[in-house]
Design a protein around this ligand. Structure first.
Ligand code: AMP
Length: 575
């Protein structure tokens, strides 16, 4: 363990990636296979291989207590001070244990691993703490520093899993991509190291029930841009839910979030439908709030789904009030075959086959390509028997004009926009490429009322061109932003005349005006801010147009702003 701790210090001491990988590679080569494999897991910031469902089940406070006790008299106070200095429990442990810790190492990396397995398996906090205490009592101060860091998942030596993969490649003359692939399939970087050392990386086979990275999309400006990257596209609506990866095998089901956390417990109603596939499968899709209403049911807005997020377990009432569905749009693994290297056109066919053969057609459903999944802002009471697992409708597009039409249709259905996918592309886990493009409308526009105006600058110094605007909050108006651009010079001139005669308070540089002029504003994001009394502000607001057709009573509300804000932040850390 001392060598591993020493190498960690050295790796943390340089910012150069090449040096880091070279050092770790040299370390791997110098160790026996078991130590090297275990070290690879530790170095990638994990206690156990990714595929294992195991956790230590030890809280930071408990760990703190063990260290404070080992530090002897005054340990608690010294630990508090050291922690304040470093902001890291491992480094703090090093400081306080140094006077009493053994000077020479007797701990092997594999022994540390074995004890941590025991800790994880032990029932009862007392047993866990005793095991830990015995382990740390045997460790040198430097070993303790890194054992604690590994346990808290905060190695902080600038070594990502990808660098450990590179180091393995380096050490055993393999390619980084082969090591990366084996690690992805096995969910075990130690296992990947073993295969690499034997020159057998190509023998790695998919191990289910650990999350594989999600393929990500790049934004596209318009349909023309999409077709500058590829010729034949599969087009789907872009649904407004949360991304999820489902693993299903022999009735066993797990769901993982985009942050690779296990979220099965949050969505228990999806499990029976997923268990109904007659072949093993890893599926990619979006979880949506869902109303069972109508023949196929329909999607509800993200704000409805939000009530379900961040909960480890859900109450029955929540299951009833906010039911969900899983809309599947891709497949990574089917039967006993890894299909992610196949082109999307073939994966789509595999997905069709899986859905056709599912054992529970009442809950698993393919929607015809022309079928639609609609967002409608209404919550219906769900029926008992609900289609929960749906195949996302997709259509082929071979020209920008077709995409334009589909985009308009998707918007009319209330969906966020389109996903345009290259039919020839493989599934590339964890990568954002040009094979998947997202075509979104602007983050929505708001209809707001102008509450104050100011003279502009430069050539606009003599006209009232800067508008402060508000949304409605009950019977009050609350300001939410200020826009300078968007109207034509003629419009600005005309409005200046109107504002000058409808000023309610003249503050010199700023005039409060009668709140009757409605404008539509576009923006890039909603931010929390105390600059305005609404508590929100818009980033890069611009005036889209004057809305003389709209009375100020019908402008958007603060609730709507809060909803857009929530939608933007749709992935709470816990989800
Ligand atoms: P964004 O979150 O704006 O980067 O857009 C990408 C996200 O859109 C994905 O991570 C999915 O959660 C979501 N999404 C919705 N519909 C689809 C779809 N049909 N295909 C792929 N991703 C989709």
């Amino acid at each position: 363990m001392q060598q591993l701790a020493t190498i960690c210090e050295a790796v943390g001491g340089t910012t150069k990636k090449n040096e880091k990988t070279a050092m770790v590679a040299e370390y791997f080569r110098s160790r026996d296979l078991d130590s090297a494999a275990t070290s690879a897991i530790f170095l990638s910031g994990r206690v156990f291989p990714a595929y294992e469902e195991r956790t230590l089940q030890i809280g930071g406070t408990q760990l703190w207590r063990v260290i404070a006790e080992l530090a002897g008299p005054g340990g608690e106070a010294r630990l508090t001070m050291a922690f304040r200095k470093h902001g890291d429990l491992g480094s703090a442990a090093y400081d306080v244990l140094q006077p009493t810790a053994p000077a020479n190492s007797t701990l092997a990396v594999t022994e540390v691993e074995a004890v941590l397995h025991h800790v994880s398996a032990a029932r009862g906090a007392a047993t866990k703490l005793r095991l830990l205490q015995d382990l740390l009592a045997r460790a040198t101060a430097l070993e303790a520093k890194y054992i604690v860091k590994i346990m808290t998942g905060e190695l902080r030596i600038g070594l990502k899993e990808s660098l450990v993969e590179e180091a393995i490649a380096h050490a055993f003359s393999a390619t980084s991509s082969a090591v990366q692939r084996a690690d992805m399939l096995l969910g075990d970087i130690g296992g990947a190291l073993r295969l690499a050392s034997a020159g057998r990386l190509d023998e790695a086979r998919m191990r289910m029930f650990h999350p594989v990275g999600f393929m990500l999309a790049s934004p596209a400006q318009d349909a023309d841009e999409a077709f500058s990257y590829f010729e034949h596209a599969s087009v789907e609506d872009k649904y407004d839910g949360i991304r999820a990866q489902a693993h299903a095998s022999a009735g066993h089901v797990r769901l993982f979030s985009r942050t690779l956390d296990d979220i099965t417990g949050s969505f228990p109603e999806l499990v029976p439908g997923l268990a109904a596939f007659s072949e093993d499968a890893i599926l990619d899709g979006e979880i949506l709030a869902w109303s069972a209403d109508g023949e196929t049911g329909r999607a509800l807005p993200f704000s409805t789904l939000q009530k379900r997020l961040g909960r480890k377990r859900v109450a029955d009432s929540m299951l009833r009030d906010v039911p969900v569905a899983f809309v599947v749009f891709d497949v990574l693994y089917a039967g006993d075959e890894l299909v992610l290297d196949r082109p999307l056109s073939e994966r789509a066919a595999t997905l069709d086959r899986l859905f056709a053969a599912a054992r529970a057609p009442a809950t698993v459903r393919t929607i015809a390509p022309q079928g639609v999944l609609m967002f409608e802002p209404a919550v219906e009471s769900p029926a008992e028997h609900v289609v929960r697992i749906l195949r996302a409708p997709s259509a082929r597009a071979d020209s920008p004009a077709e995409i334009e039409r589909m985009f308009t249709a998707a918007q009319a259905r209330g969906n966020e926009g389109l996903m345009i996918k290259d039919l020839r592309s493989p599934y590339t886990p964890g990568r954002r490429g040009r094979s998947w493009l997202k075509l979104k409308r602007e983050l929505a526009t708001l209809d707001v009322v102008v509450t104050a105006v100011e003279f502009g600058h430069g050539k606009r110094a003599s006209v009232l061109s800067d508008y402060t605007f508000a949304v409605r909050y009950g019977d009050r108006l609350v300001n939410i932003g200020k826009a300078y651009t968007g109207l034509t010079d003629v419009e600005i001139l005309q409005m200046t005349g109107w504002f000058l005669t409808h000023t309610t308070a003249d503050h010199g540089f700023l005039r409060e005006v009668e709140p009757t002029v409605v404008i539509e504003v576009a923006f890039n994001a909603v931010m929390r801010s105390d600059r305005h009394d609404s508590g929100f502000a818009l980033r890069f607001p611009r005036i889209v147009r004057l809305r003389p057709d709209k009375p100020p009573e019908e402008i958007d509300t603060l609730e709507r702003v809060a909803e857009i804000y929530a939608r933007q932040h749709k992935l709470p850390k816990s989800a």
